[in-house]
Design a protein around this ligand. Structure first.
Ligand code: NAP
Length: 249
């Protein structure tokens, strides 16, 4: 496994699901981790407890990524507790699938605020905390950003926007030695996909049928790719979009 010893990472939306998996894998690889969450304090505390029980370093920090004041506080707490910043994972994201006829203005803004404005605000603030040796930003997109699955019009648009953000910022921030890459997961079994009713549905069956490796992903499948992108092993990668989906296209 790649080495993250001595690095400090902020993982947004790490109280559950893919974010929790990334936080735990980062800590296992030696990083000090900030476990961000919006409302699930209990979930975030559980992730921190698991990390510290295994000898790792982590703190939980509440903050809505779509609110600039919360984002400022998130990075200030990171600096206060761990002294620096090396890695930012923009994982916090929400999804809700609905046919076009049911798309509302408020749902559009809800998803765009978290999935698009959020990563812009966090990356903007992270610039004030990355040191002279730069940093690694990892955006969690989705296979939905390039697929054309019905009922995902708003969600897919948010993830296409995030792919675009990765490409632009990889170019814009390269002079500061900040690498920006995307991971695009396929279907992953998480608290979110359980709550959204994906697990156990026909959609899950369709996704598995379209996955050569024959199953949904687990958070750890995505976390291992994130550890690589956070580490010096991926030092020559920026502006890339890595699909992590068991071969699903
Ligand atoms: P999840 O289980 O629902 O967890 C979402 C996490 O994001 C939670 O920790 C939640 O915190 C946090 N969050 C939500 N809104 C937030 C906000 N405004 N500010 C800060 N944190 C916020 O989701 P998941 O399935 O692991 O998905 C994680 C990411 O992977 C998302 O970006 C999603 O689009 C992407 N993805 C997921 C799949 C999949 O099949 N699961 C596939 C492709 C891509 P609280 O619990 O405190 O609300």
């Amino acid at each position: 496994m790649s080495d993250l010893k001595g690095k400090v990472a902020v993982v947004t939306g790490a109280s559950k699901g893919i974010g929790a998996g990334i936080a735990k894998s980062f800590a296992a690889a030696g990083a000090s981790v900030v476990v961000n969450y919006a409302s699930s304090k209990e979930g975030a505390d559980r992730v921190v407890k698991e990390i510290t029980a295994s000898g790792g370093k982590a703190i939980a920090v509440q903050g809505d990524v779509a609110k600039a004041a919360d984002v400022k506080r998130l990075f200030a707490e990171t600096r206060k507790n761990f002294g620096k910043l090396d890695v930012l994972v923009n994982n916090a994201g929400i999804y809700n699938f609905a046919p076009l006829e049911s798309v509302s203005e408020s749902e559009f803004h809800r998803q765009f605020n978290t999935n698009v404005l959020g990563p812009i605000l966090t990356t903007q603030e992270a610039l004030n905390h990355f040191g002279n040796s730069g940093g690694s930003v990892i955006n969690i997109s989705s296979v939905a950003s390039v697929s054309s699955m019905p009922t995902t019009v708003v969600y897919s648009a948010t993830k296409s926007a995030l792919d675009s953000i990765t490409r632009v910022l990889s170019n814009e921030l390269a002079a500061k030695k900040i690498r920006v890459n995307t991971i695009a997961p396929g279907g992953v079994e998480t608290e979110g996909t359980h709550t959204a009713g994906v697990i156990g549905s026909d959609l899950e069956k369709q996704m598995i049928a379209g996955t050569p490796l024959g199953r949904l992903g687990q958070p750890n499948d995505i976390a291992q790719v994130a550890v690589f992108l956070a580490s010096e092993d991926s030092g020559w990668l920026t502006g890339e979009r890595i699909t992590a989906a068991g071969g699903y296209r």
